[in-house]
Write a protein that binds this ligand. Structure first.
Ligand code: G3P
Length: 224
C-alpha cells in the first residue's frame, strides 16, 4: 500500500535537472517510489513533461500555468496543454514565479475544471490562510529566505508549519499542507510530518546531491 505523505521534487531550472538529466532523475524517483511505496511526485520544466510522463509511473506536475483559455495567445502555458502532455497537477504561485491574487484564484479554478491537482505556494501563515479559502488541493508553505539554503524549514521555523496546519484545519480542512525550503534529510521530513504537514516540497537537496538516489532513500525513511 502507498504511504500517506508526499515527497514532491521541484526540478526548477537546474542544469542537473534539465533535458536528458531530468529524464534520468525522474526515473530514479520512479524506481525509489516503486521500491519503497512512497508517494513521490516530480515537477520538471515544461519542455520535459511529455517525455518524462511517458517514461515513469509516478505523477508529473507542471511548475506553472497561465490563466489563459485556448485561443489567440502567444508564449503562455495553457493548462489544457500540460494535461495533454501528461501532467496531472501544477504548482501555482511558487515564490520564484509569484502571481497576483486574482490569477491564483483563477488558476485553482482552471486546474479543478481539468480534474488536476493544485499546489499553491505561500510564504507565511497569513498568505496560507487567504489561499486555503480558495480551496486548492494543497498549500505549500515555503519561507523564501530558506529556499536553496540547506537550512530546513521544519527545524528552524517549526512555528510557520504548525501555524499553517492549525489555520488551514480551521478554515478548510480539505486542503493538505505541505512545507518546503532547505529540506534535505529524512530527519527534516520526519519533523515536518510531526508538525502536521502531509509532505514536503523540495529541490536542491536532491538535485544538487552527488547521489540523488541515496538522498531520496533517506528522505523516504522520514515518512510516517
Ligand atoms: O519548490 C521547492 C523549493 O522552493 C525549495 O527549494 O532547494 O530549498 O529545497 P530547496
Amino acid at each position: 500500500m502507498l504511504m500517506r505523505e508526499y515527497i514532491i521534487l521541484n526540478f526548477k531550472t537546474y542544469e542537473e535537472s534539465t533535458g536528458d538529466k531530468a529524464l534520468n532523475l525522474a526515473k530514479i524517483c520512479d524506481e525509489v517510489a516503486r521500491e519503497t511505496n512512497a508517494r513521490i511526485v516530480v515537477i520538471p520544466q515544461l519542455t520535459d513533461i511529455y517525455r518524462i510522463s511517458q517514461a515513469v509511473e509516478i505523477p508529473v506536475y507542471s511548475q506553472h500555468i497561465d490563466n489563459v483559455k485556448p485561443g489567440s495567445n502567444t508564449g503562455y502555458i495553457l493548462p489544457e496543454s500540460i494535461k495533454a502532455a501528461g501532467a496531472v497537477g501544477s504548482l501555482i504561485n511558487h515564490s520564484e514565479r509569484r502571481l497576483k491574487l486574482s490569477d491564483i484564484e483563477a488558476d485553482i479554478r482552471r486546474i479543478r475544471e481539468l480534474d488536476m491537482v493544485s499546489i499553491v505556494c505561500t510564504n507565511n501563515v497569513e498568505v496560507t490562510k487567504a489561499t486555503a479559502t480558495m480551496g486548492p488541493d494543497f498549500v505549500a508553505i515555503e519561507p523564501p529566505e530558506l529556499i536553496g539554503s540547506g537550512i530546513s524549514v521544519s527545524k528552524t521555523r517549526p512555528e510557520i508549519i504548525s501555524g499553517s496546519v492549525d489555520a488551514v484545519k480551521n478554515l478548510n480542512p480539505d486542503v493538505g499542507v505541505l512545507c518546503g525550503a532547505g529540506i534535505s534529510t529524512g530527519e527534516d521530513v520526519k519533523k515536518a510530518i510531526e508538525l502536521g504537514a502531509c509532505g514536503v516540497l523540495l529541490a536542491s537537496g536532491v538535485i544538487k546531491a552527488k547521489n540523488p538516489r541515496a538522498v531520496l532513500m533517506d528522505l523516504v525513511s522520514g515518512l510516517g
